[in-house]
Design a protein around this ligand. Structure first.
Ligand code: C5P
Length: 231
């Protein structure tokens, strides 16, 4: 696969101008963006419509965790915007994930991804919220549930990718945030890895945020990530 199709740049910013500036700097190099709750709330859905109109693929990271009826409504609204990926929390259980998958059927290009355990969480964090077992066990448990619900894939940390690929099989999407280039500070990621390690272990996509967007030269940083993925 062309590495450019595997790299999703997270536009984690609180205003439209900053997001536009990054998109402008990356130009045709970057085809795929992630918009999360920060930019969506600050700038509204126009930013998504405009990126789709420019031919970009969009991952709308809504991290849905609501009653099934509300989840379905949000997924339909996302589908109408033309996005190609939406996230739902696996911890919400099978009814929430199934509602998302059913709602996505009206939008052939829309994929539902389940969030297993956010990459900043540790075993101790799970214990704090009353979830027994380790992060690794919880990731696999939720991934199996997501597959049963019909989700097209999962979000997972670099270190969970290999086990997930063998559990979910070759067709599942495995989208991996929490990556940093070798030598970079891993920020708040509890379980970091490099983009290359994630793809080699079986991830279909990597999400890269500050490594690119906070770089002095975002286009050069993007090229570094792309080069790191080249065979
Ligand atoms: O850390 P970075 O800026 O690369 O983050 C990009 C995206 O990865 C964020 O939008 C966030 O959703 C996700 N992320 C994550 N877990 C972390 C850090 C980031 O899922 N610990």
């Amino acid at each position: 696969m062309d590495p450019r199709s595997q790299i999703i740049v997270a536009l984690d910013c609180d205003n439209r101008a900053t997001a536009d500036a990054v998109v402008e700097q990356l130009g045709g190099e970057c085809r795929f963006y992630k918009v999360g709750l920060e930019l969506l709330t600050a700038a509204g859905p126009e930013v998504i419509k405009d990126l789709v109109a420019r031919g970009k693929e969009l991952f709308l990271d809504l991290k849905l965790f609501e009653i099934p009826n509300s989840v379905a409504g949000a997924v339909r609204a996302a589908g109408a915007l033309g996005v190609s990926m939406v996230t739902v929390h696996g911890m919400g259980g099978i009814s929430i994930m199934s509602a998302a998958v059913d709602a996505a059927r009206d939008f052939p290009g829309l994929r539902i991804l389940a969030l297993t355990v956010v990459t900043s969480m540790t075993d101790a964090d799970l214990t704090d919220i009353g979830v027994g077992g380790t992060v690794d066990e919880q990731v696999l448990r939720l991934a199996r549930l997501a597959q049963k619900a019909g989700c097209h894939g999962v979000i997972a940390s670099p270190q969970d990718v290999a086990a997930l690929r063998s559990t979910l099989g070759p067709d599942a999407l495995i989208v991996t945030p929490g990556v940093a280039l070798p030598g970079e500070s891993p920020a708040e990621h509890a379980r970091p890895g490099t983009p290359r390690a994630a793809i080699t272990a079986g991830a279909s996509h990597v999400v890269v945020g500050r490594t690119v967007t906070r770089a002095a030269d975002p286009a050069a940083a993007f090229r570094l990530v792309r080069a790191s993925l080249a065979p």
